[in-house]
Design a protein around this ligand. Structure first.
Ligand code: SF4
Length: 400
């Protein structure tokens, strides 16, 4: 089941300058470059470069995993604009020479799936208003984090696990976020430069007229708009102890209301204070969740002392210092890390793990009398969602 969400067109909240028009005379790749389009899923890599490097690929995969909890703007667009997104996939296929297009989406997003299936049928019958390649298929994903990681998508859809220092092209794939594909269609077909971004506002959204169990999806927020202005327009008043996260509960970073919406903004999540814990507290760092620095900051916000730092065995450090997971979302076992923290005197443990690994921590830490916290807790609580703890594996029929 989808989380409840409500779509609001940002144009109903504030005036925005019309998008700059791209000259008709430009070739497709030049239109994309001229539009200023970058990966809107968070990476921010220029799309024209991604398509240029992807020449000779076999498949374009549309990343519609909507991996982070509380965020809904990608699946909302699939429901309201499936034709434009399929047109974006088609354009990406033609630019790279890929013969295949795949939309990778969680099986639980049933209404978005129905919309995509209807748009594909219309294309097959020749009744679509959009130019859509008939070879586009749907791949269903499990509802677990981090399904939307590029390498996890390639593994789950194509059956190939590329190395942490490799990119999807190693498996013949180019992975592109669905909002990027929508903007790709707008740049090439409608000739509009990119000047807006879809975001989700969730958490303590008191004053918006909705409960905190609803996510507010805002279409086309002007890039550069202050977060304070967005919240004001929605009638949201921040409590004195409010904290703001830009992005999803797992990978987002703390911001202030003075920060601005950018081309890679995904969510604005509002939470209150962290629940206190006397500690001592140990942390286990994951490659696909909160960074070591953010975990340490949360330990402080909880009023605890830090007694140890461990890393998930799957976390691999690249030469540039960044952590990457060897096999995203497949737990290598957390018992050793939990025992090591216990030995250092930890009475509680703070993790930022994927769902599978959180599950493993839960099989060990409580038996040792340790309290378990997750970096996402305050934001999940604020959004009226279950905390990331135990995870029941589901079997997904990949026959879309
Ligand atoms: S296996 Fe470890 S590093 Fe990989 S996603 Fe899960 S917790 Fe993170």
């Amino acid at each position: 089941m989808d989380r409840n969400y409500h779509v609001i067109a940002a144009s109903s909240l504030f005036d925005a300058a019309p998008a700059r028009m791209i000259p008709d005379s430009l070739a497709v790749l030049d239109r994309i470059r001229e539009s200023g389009l970058v990966g809107m899923g968070g990476a921010g890599f220029p799309t024209w470069k991604k398509l240029s490097f992807g020449k000779g690929s076999d498949v374009i995969i549309a990343n519609a995993a909507e991996c982070e909890p509380l965020l809904e703007h990608n699946v909302a667009r699939l429901r309201s604009n499936p034709g434009e997104i399929l047109s974006g996939i088609t354009l990406a296929m033609r630019q790279t020479g890929a013969s295949k297009g795949i939309i990778a989406i969680k099986a639980k997003h049933t209404e978005s799936l129905d919309a995509v299936r209807a748009a594909l049928s219309a294309a097959g019958e020749g009744s679509s208003a959009f130019d859509i390649d008939p070879g586009i298929e749907i791949a269903l994903l499990q509802d677990r984090y981090p399904t939307g990681d590029e390498r996890a998508i390639v593994r789950d859809v194509l059956g190939t696990l590329v190395e942490p220092n490799e990119i999807p092209s190693k498996a013949g794939a180019v992975v592109i976020n669905v909002e990027t594909l929508l903007r790709l269609h707008q740049a090439v077909v409608e000739r509009k430069a990119v000047n807006t971004k879809d975001i989700t506002v969730a958490g303590e959204i008191t004053g918006s007229g909705f409960g905190n169990d609803v996510s507010l999806v805002l279409y086309d927020v002007p890039i550069g708009k202050r977060v304070a202005d967005v919240l004001d327009a929605l009638g949201i008043r921040l409590a004195d102890d409010a904290r703001l996260l830009m992005g999803g509960p797992y990978m987002g970073g703390e911001i202030t209301a003075e920060d601005c919406i950018t081309a890679t903004s995904g969510g604005v999540i509002i939470a209150g204070s962290e629940i206190q814990d006397e500690g001592p507290m140990g942390i286990i760092v994951c490659a696909c969740g909160a960074s070591e620095e953010r975990l340490k900051a949360i330990v402080q916000e909880k009023g605890s002392s830090l007694c140890g730092v461990e890393f998930c065995k799957n976390a691999f450090r690249l030469p540039n210092g960044r952590l990457k997971c060897r096999n995203p979302g497949i737990c290598p076992g957390q018992t050793q890390a939990v025992l090591a923290l216990r030995k250092k005197g930890a009475q509680s443990v703070l993790i930022g793990h994927c769902t599978d690994c959180s599950n493993t921590v839960m099989q060990v830490a409580p038996k040792l009398g340790m309290r378990v916290h997750h970096a996402t807790d305050a934001y999940m609580r604020a959004g009226g969602e279950h905390l990331i703890r135990s995870f029941r594996k589901t079997t997904v029929n990949t026959q879309a």
